[in-house]
Ligand binder design. Structure first.
Ligand SMILES: Cc1cc2nc3c(=O)[nH]c(=O)nc-3n(C[C@H](O)[C@H](O)[C@H](O)COP(=O)(O)OP(=O)(O)OC[C@H]3O[C@@H](n4cnc5c(N)ncnc54)[C@H](O)[C@@H]3O)c2cc1C
Length: 320
């Protein structure tokens, strides 16, 4: 039996009644009309039609069963650091991995196993403090383990694919599979999991224990500082908006097109790094979307080359 409760949702106008569904035999609550703005690094976007943050595999499976019964589309949400969500929000069920957090460092094998919602930069600092090498590059990437596995997140010439041993992935019907990097079709910032109906629940990485923690911490801090000095971390963004197309970086192409500082509404091409778009305060998702399109048009006009967004654009946008 599914219990439905109704109440006025905080932050919603009073014409929107939010509902809450309790799944049987779990303390898993599925809520309607949950604002997503504060759950993305761009700090924009409308509400999820339905939202849930399961606390384990069983709750995740229960949730999938419910969504399948209701015939709802599903969106996985990690730290929301690579997403542009429409001002109209997202239809269907948003499953947040924020409660799927755990990490286990096995000193003998050097294997690190972590839940999908575990913070990647926190793990990088923890590994460094323990004197484990292999995650120093990840310290400036503000995502989760799940997001990193799906996006093949990377920096400083290293990437998730280099250290991943295997990952547990749930199908839409709730079946669990163990996949290796070979199964994931890894390429630059992409994997076959993107746009698929398969959800990462945890991943195992091969690291190198036994190093001097002071040295690993020094390298990790150097990566951290280099990023803080070269990229604008002071305002909301999604990091690099476009994939690097090859020999020239997307940032270089945008800068050479004269777009640094170009602004639509409150969305601006960063002065410090042209592949970043900043929310300067009160930008809408649509401002950012229009700026992405403008950059693509201008760069294509000048270089006959269409930049491909790295950021995942979700929900409805006029003219999309
Ligand atoms: C300031 C800043 C700097 C950045 N620098 C870098 C960088 O150097 N290198 C880099 O690679 N990225 C960078 N990024 C982008 C972003 O942090 C990465 O893409 C990160 O891996 C996204 O993880 P996430 O948890 O935030 O995923 P989200 O943004 O929440 O989701 C990204 C995609 O993965 C899917 N997804 C998330 N979790 C799961 C899951 N468990 N199972 C299945 N699908 C899932 C989502 O549905 C979505 O399609 C940066 C972002 C910011 C804001």
């Amino acid at each position: 039996m599914v219990m439905t409760l109704s109440y006025d949702s905080p932050g919603q106008t009073n014409c929107h009644r939010s509902r809450c569904i309790a799944l049987p035999e779990t303390d898993c609550l599925i809520q309607s009309l949950v604002p997503l703005t504060s759950l993305t690094s761009f700090r924009v976007g409308g509400p999820a039609e339905w939202y849930v943050a399961p606390k384990g595999l069983e709750q995740m499976q229960e949730t999938l069963t419910w969504a399948n019964t209701e015939g709802l589309p599903i969106t996985l949400l990690g730290a929301g650091s690579n997403l542009l969500i429409s001002d109209q929000g997202l239809p269907g069920l948003v499953i947040a991995t924020r409660n799927l957090r755990h990490a286990q460092f096995d000193l003998e094998s050097g294997l690190l196993t972590a839940g999908a919602g575990t913070s990647l930069p926190r793990l990088a600092w923890k590994a460094a403090r323990l004197g484990w090498r292999g995650l120093e590059w990840a310290v400036g990437i503000p995502g989760t383990i799940g997001g990193a596995v799906v996006m093949n997140a990377g920096a400083h010439k290293s990437s998730t694919a280099d250290i991943l041993v295997n990952t547990h992935v749930l199908s839409r019907t709730g079946d669990l599979e163990l996949l290796t990097p070979k199964d994931l079709g890894y390429r630059y910032r992409t994997s076959i999991l993107q746009g698929s109906h398969r959800f990462v629940t945890q991943a195992t990485f091969q690291l190198e224990p036994g190093h001097d923690p002071q040295k690993v911490l020094a390298d990790t801090t150097a990566h951290f500082n280099q990023r803080r000095n070269s990229q604008p971390y002071h305002l909301p963004s999604c990091g690099s908006v476009f994939r690097n197309p090859g020999s020239k970086t997307a940032g270089w192409l945008i800068e050479q097109t004269g777009l640094k500082g170009y602004t639509i509404g409150q969305a601006q091409v960063a002065e410090r790094h042209a592949n970043f778009i900043l929310n300067c305060g009160g930008a809408t998702a649509y401002d950012i979307f229009l700026l992405i399109r403008h950059i693509q048009e201008q760069v294509e006009r000048r270089w006959s080359f269409l930049l491909e967004p790295e950021v995942k654009i979700m929900g409805e946008f006029q003219g999309c």
